[in-house]
Design a protein around this ligand. Structure first.
Ligand SMILES: O=P(O)(O)OC[C@@]1(O)O[C@H](CO)[C@@H](O)[C@@H]1O
Length: 309
């Protein structure tokens, strides 16, 4: 069973509006409020593909209750740790030209909250793979993520990391099964600006040297991605344009779709990348996750090539 951990979930408020004007109020065209957070998005996307997972995380207040209720309404399993405060609301604005995001810090966690999460991890009987995604809440212990990884690995589980923090670099030495940085994160962590295949080769090699088994490197709005298993590197590109509505959950759903195929069949990189790119593209065409209605069609319009060794 896949488990996802979202230490800092959110209600996403996605607003479509005219251009922002300094010192003036503007009226938006529409706003929607969705239960989100990076690991939760992975659970939701897996569910849309018919695969169950268990969503773990820290939740608080009326927004936390909303996120947990929505998670269960979607048919996802959820084992929340309830904490004090209010789960954050993140705001995303699309003014027709640009996307703007304001991400809040979220409610603080305590050492007791962390212990409760570790107890949940230790009591899982069916944990095959833990996907740890997103930022950490305020006051998280410095070694919180090290401990999360250790608890999962003690149970014999694989660990997948999609972390925005620089902690990713130190966690590479725990030999995670897969990491999913985007090109900005890769530059921040390994110091390589990725514009060419050779840049990607250098960055991916550094990740493997640091201890990572596999890397899915997404290139954001360029509509491409690299995957490396330490021996070979594949490059995937979507050969179609999309009408961007909100790119916010696209990366999480790209990861979910990739794992869905690749986790059980590690030789099937090409098809896994096609499904991943198609899913990410389709998600960016709607608010939240959308209905995945074009995923099959888009999969046929993604090209994948293996880079020469
Ligand atoms: O602050 P984090 O945890 O890095 O990111 C949070 C977040 O931006 O990630 C999701 C999209 O990936 C959104 O649903 C959510 O608001």
């Amino acid at each position: 069973m896949f488990y996802t951990l979202t230490a800092n979930p959110a209600v996403d408020m996605t607003v479509s509006c005219p251009p922002l004007v300094p010192n003036e109020n503007i009226r938006s065209f529409s706003a929607s409020y969705t239960a989100n957070g990076k690991g939760l998005d992975v659970s939701f996307a897996l569910k849309k593909f018919g695969v169950d997972s268990v969503a773990l995380g820290f939740f608080a207040g009326f927004t936390g209750k909303y996120v947990v209720d929505e998670t269960m309404n979607m048919g996802c399993l959820c084992r929340p740790v309830w904490i004090d405060g209010v789960t954050r609301i993140n705001s995303y604005f699309n003014d027709g030209q640009s996307e703007h995001g304001i991400l809040n810090p979220g409610p603080a966690i305590t050492p007791q909250n962390e212990q409760e999460l570790f107890r949940i991890l230790d009591s899982t009987g069916d944990l095959d793979c833990l996907i740890v995604s997103g930022s950490l809440p305020p006051k998280a212990s410095k070694d919180f993520l090290d401990k999360v990884v250790a608890h999962a690995q003690d149970r014999g589980a694989d660990v997948v990391l999609d972390l925005s923090s620089d902690k990713l670099k130190t966690l590479c030495s725990t030999h995670p099964l897969l990491i999913k940085p985007n090109h900005h994160e890769m530059r921040e962590i390994f110091g390589v600006q990725i514009d060419t295949d050779d840049d990607a080769r250098r960055a991916l090699a550094l990740a493997h040297e640091a201890g990572v088994q596999n890397v899915l490197l997404t290139m954001g709005s360029r509509g491409s991605a690299y995957f490396s298993n330490g021996e070979d590197i594949w490059y995937a590109k979507r050969e179609f344009n999309i009408k961007l509505v909100s790119s916010v959950c696209a990366g999480d759903c790209t990861l979910a779709a990739f794992l869905l195929k690749w986790y059980k069949d590690r030789d099937n990189v090409e098809e896994s990348l096609k499904l991943a790119m198609a899913t990410g593209a389709n998600v960016a065409e709607s608010v939240g996750l959308g209905d995945f209605g074009h995923v099959d069609e888009y999969s046929k319009r993604v090209t994948v090539r293996k880079l020469p060794r």
